[in-house]
Design a protein around this ligand. Sequence first.
Ligand code: OFO
Length: 168
Amino acid sequence: RLSGTIAKALNQQMTNEAHNAQIYLSYGAWADEKGYGGISNFLFRHANEERNHMMKILEYILKRGGKVVVTEIPGPGPDPSSVNDCFEKIFKSEVDNTTSIYNLVNLSLAEKDWATWNFMQWFVKEQTEEETLAMELLDKIKIAGGPAAKDDALYFLDNNLATTPDDA
Ligand code: OFO
């Protein structure tokens, strides 16, 4: 059975995943408004992934006899100012999420909750993939010209992301 401390931390992580889903959703809507249908499609698909992460944690809490507490989700923050800014912000939010996953791993280690420790390993692996994917986005925008990317380069990038798998 989950301890109160672990259940609280897992609930917090559920909210973090939901928050990240909101970020991808809002950036996806922003990209669509700017005419980047491919980038938007990629971001919407990724929003679903984040929701799946949230559900995975929710199901685990229930399975281990913990109490699920669904809370408000913090807003995604302002729209990005450019595709470059969008990808930089995504990378930062993935790095932040990795930090909170690692904190949960540390907590489960400290409490000798090996079931949660084991459960969290899936997220450790997933975050490696998510950071790699976010770094690939940064590479792509860099090749397109970074903050000074021109319309034609962004056009190709947009086409490319329409078909980029949402997992690295
Ligand atoms: Fe849930 O993996 Fe990104 O944040």
